[in-house]
Design a protein around this ligand. Structure first.
Ligand SMILES: [Zn+2]
Length: 326
């Protein structure tokens, strides 16, 4: 069965009638929101600015919450999700299948994969990438379970909060976090621990959220912080003065005052928003926006906290590279 929209509970009948009456108005509003989001994306593109990453450091946005960081020959991934089946395929009866050929084509040699939580749009591709590159993966117990299903448990590290893991020139630590309550602000979709026990059962709903982590990375004299879902446990974030905040913005409408809370904690110099693209389209197709993410509105929220933050944007598969060798 194909469900019409991700994460949404069925609408009451009266709401359906209101929506039909408002369809044209709704389409016009969506069209103008899309145009506004596209112009915001272009206005903040990293290529338009003089500032640069440290020499030799590379940051690539992989779409959704996924990133690649490369430095001195070591390549890290965070929450890679490149397979991106269509909406119909995502909610079909059968298991989700990673696209191994696509992953081999789009990624260089990978040393390690960091995972913030195990929903399908953060974890589906991780076992195949780990297998292709003999890479270690770091994340929650749910991730270790998923790796074990593929016979790869020996490559998985169940992380401890705030412990520092050295991966080549990178120092990585994990901060306890929480997921946005995307189901009408009341519940996390597919919540709980990963318990599926055979590969044929790995449909979308089997990818349970598990423990959620914010990820802190120090490399080349700068720091990154990755937030994969738009909510946080305020008092667990001890890091301040982050250089580059990789800020997941999907679902922030369900987390009270998310933007102000997270920026007040991390005090980032540069904010790079992500998880606003329509991930039911192929990653190398033209960019679409997820419903109700409102990139332009996010920029207004940032400015309302402080005009001092720099916002920089990337498109899927766009790389921001520091000039020279590190
Ligand atoms: Zn999620």
């Amino acid at each position: 069965m194909v469900r019409p929209r991700l994460w949404q509970a069925p609408l009451p009948a009266c709401m359906g009638t209101v929506m039909k009456l408002g369809t044209l108005q709704g389409l016009l509003a969506r069209g103008s929101r899309h145009a506004n989001d596209l112009s915001c994306l272009a206005a903040h593109d990293v290529e338009r600015f003089e500032d640069a990453l440290p020499p030799g450091l590379e940051l690539e946005w992989l779409g959704t919450a996924g990133f690649r960081l490369g430095y001195q020959g070591t390549q890290l991934l965070i929450d890679p999700y490149l397979t991106r089946p269509s909406l119909a395929a995502t909610f079909a009866r059968g298991p989700l299948r990673p696209d191994a050929a696509l992953l081999a084509r789009l990624l260089p040699r990978i040393d390690a994969v960091l995972v913030g939580h195990t929903h399908f749009d953060h974890a589906l591709d991780v076992p195949v990438i780990a297998q292709q590159h003999a890479a270690r993966v770091y994340g929650a117990r749910s991730l270790v379970h998923l790796m074990g299903l593929h016979g790869l448990a020996a490559q998985a590290v169940e992380v401890e909060p705030r412990r520092v893991y050295a991966i080549g020139p990178f120092e990585v630590s994990f901060v306890e976090s929480t997921h946005s309550k995307l189901i009408a602000g009341l519940a996390v979709p597919f919540d709980g621990e990963f318990t599926c026990n055979h590969l044929d059962g790995l449909r979308t709903s089997a990818f349970r959220c598990g423990q959620v982590w914010g990820i802190h990375i120090a490399v080349a004299g700068v720091t990154f912080y990755h937030q994969g879902s738009a909510d946080l446990l305020d008092d667990r974030i001890e890091h301040r003065g982050i250089d580059y905040f990789l800020c997941g913005i999907a679902g922030r409408g369900f987390a009270r005052d998310y933007t102000r809370r997270v920026l007040s904690r991390l005090e980032p110099r540069v904010i790079i928003p992500h998880h606003f693209d329509d991930f039911f389209r192929p990653v190398d197709a033209s960019l679409g926006f997820s419903l109700n993410v409102n990139l332009g509105g996010f920029l207004d929220e940032v400015r309302a906290v402080s005009g001092d933050f720099r916002v920089r944007t990337l498109r899927p598969l766009q790389t921001w590279a520091g000039a020279g060798r590190g």
